[in-house]
Design a protein around this ligand. Structure first.
Ligand SMILES: O=c1[nH]c(=O)c2nc[nH]c2[nH]1
Length: 454
């Protein structure tokens, strides 16, 4: 007979920190967190004194218990709701130009290289490794238009063990000759990609951690006909959707000249069946009141990418207003508009953005941590599966150590677990991410030199 103890693969004993609401972080001291063989949180017991651990384990062997010291704590994994895998190749470069010029000058030429599948494998191995290393256990990836390279990205994510939405990008207009598709090939390749990820003709055998996501680059690069076809595909396969929205004023002006029949930029997507509760729109910096209201009405989510919005001089999104309208918001690194693949950096930029907008409505630490975890899960419509340590959810987590060798965080005698956690959020980096777990399994933490590519 199967007992509770026999289904448990690991138990954490120590401090567990997670977000229980937009305004509240819960610090669980002397917690016992039981993970089962499905990668789920089977039980959570709080305030277990040292001498009560053995009896509370209920027969789970003690070699399955990971005992945290006073500099360690476990938090939910970060959720990156917007990141471009091919753009990691120029992460940190090219911040001199605004969006449309930046796309033409740096982004499109780099993305065109992904026509070569071998190149894609080498480069994508690095992009995914870097994202995971920084504690991103779930990511919404943009790839490129190239079907074979998109499949490579999926295979690499599968090999490295991240949870992900992966999008084959669609572009059939206003794009350079070396990075453009026809409507027919765009739809055909998108369908082939979906079938591949869903396990048809692939070695994935339908990995439930990886989902294809419909990815029109933005309205500028897709004809009305293509947008409508993509809307139909999303419906046919019941898939999430991601794109860019209201990032830059020139982008908005150009979009409205291309789609004069739509009431506004947000409506362009709605008018083509691309705005619903599974839609993730990156940026949303310059939204009219009625556009935010439409996002709320459709229950679509926003990926706030403050680092990118500063770098590309796009503007500063009003996250406080989004939250006050109860719109779903998560954080995005937006590599390589954003210069960092770390959600910690996205969190810090989000704070700076909120301060610069209005000192009276600054985002609080609890709110920032919520956006990086539960908020992202809500945007992905996965909040019944991930985001915090509620019993029954899957265990995606980071074991943080604020006192590792070479730690960027200095810990002093006066520090408490609360101040150590806040220091990690604002001073820490991937060196503090001692172990990373997705669906209960520890993922291999590849170093920065997984591949060398000249
Ligand atoms: O930040 C951005 N990065 C991109 O690659 C992109 N494409 C369209 N709009 C975009 N914005």
């Amino acid at each position: 007979m199967k007992t509770f103890a026999s289904s448990i693969t690991k138990v954490f004993y120590g401090t567990l920190i997670h977000s229980v609401s937009l305004k509240q972080i819960e610090y669980i001291k002397q917690g016992l967190l039981f993970i089962d063989n499905q990668g789920k949180i089977a039980r959570l017991v709080k305030n277990v004194a040292q001498d009560k651990v053995e009896s509370t384990l209920e027969g789970v062997e003690s070699d399955k218990v990971i005992r945290l010291n006073e500099d360690q704590f476990v938090i939910p994994g970060f959720i990156d709701t917007h990141i471009h895998a091919p753009q990691y190749t120029f992460c940190g470069n090219g911040h001199d130009l605004p969006l449309l010029e930046w796309l033409d000058t740096y982004t499109f030429p780099r993305e065109s290289k992904f026509a070569d599948r071998d190149y894609a494998r080498k480069l994508y191995t690095k992009s995914v490794a870097r994202s995971l290393r920084n504690g991103t256990t779930s990511a919404c990836w943009f790839a490129t238009i190239h079907l074979d390279a998109c499949k490579e990205l999926v295979d690499i994510i599968q090999e490295q063990g991240q949870r992900a939405y992966v999008g084959k990008v669609n572009m059939n207009q206003n794009s350079p000759d070396f990075l453009v598709e026809t409507t027919e090939s765009s739809v055909k390749d998108t369908r082939a990609f979906i079938e591949y990820v869903k396990g048809v003709n692939s070695k994935l055998n339908h990995n439930p951690l990886i989902t294809p996501i419909i990815t029109p680059r933005f309205a500028i690069s897709c004809t009305s006909e293509l947008l409508a076809e993509l809307g139909k595909l999303a419906q046919e396969y019941d898939l999430p959707i991601q794109s860019h929205l209201c990032e830059n004023l020139n982008e908005i002006g150009f979009t409205m000249s291309l789609f004069p029949d739509s009431a506004n930029y947000t409506s362009v997507y709605a008018d083509h069946g691309l705005l619903n509760d599974r839609t993730i729109m990156a940026h949303c910096v310059h939204m009219k009141e009625e556009e935010l209201d439409l996002m709320k009405q459709k229950n679509a989510g926003i990926s706030h990418c403050a680092n990118s919005n500063f770098n590309l001089k796009s503007g500063m999104a009003d996250v406080r207003k989004m939250l006050s309208k109860d719109i779903k918001v998560g954080l995005g690194t937006d590599v390589a508009g954003g210069y960092s693949p770390s959600i910690l950096e996205a969190l810090r930029a989000s704070r700076s953005c909120s301060v610069a907008r209005n000192v009276d409505t600054t985002l609080l630490v609890a709110e920032l941590f919520y956006l990086a975890t539960v908020g992202g899960a809500r945007v992905m419509e996965l909040d019944d599966i991930i985001g915090n340590f509620e019993v029954g959810k899957e265990f995606d987590a980071i074991l943080v150590n604020t006192a590792v060798d070479n730690s960027p965080v200095d810990v002093f005698d006066h520090d408490t677990i609360e101040t150590k956690f806040e220091k990690y959020l604002f001073v820490g980096d991937d060196r503090n991410n001692e172990k990373i777990f997705v669906q209960g399994k520890e993922v291999r933490l590849p170093g920065s030199n997984v591949v060398s590519h000249k």
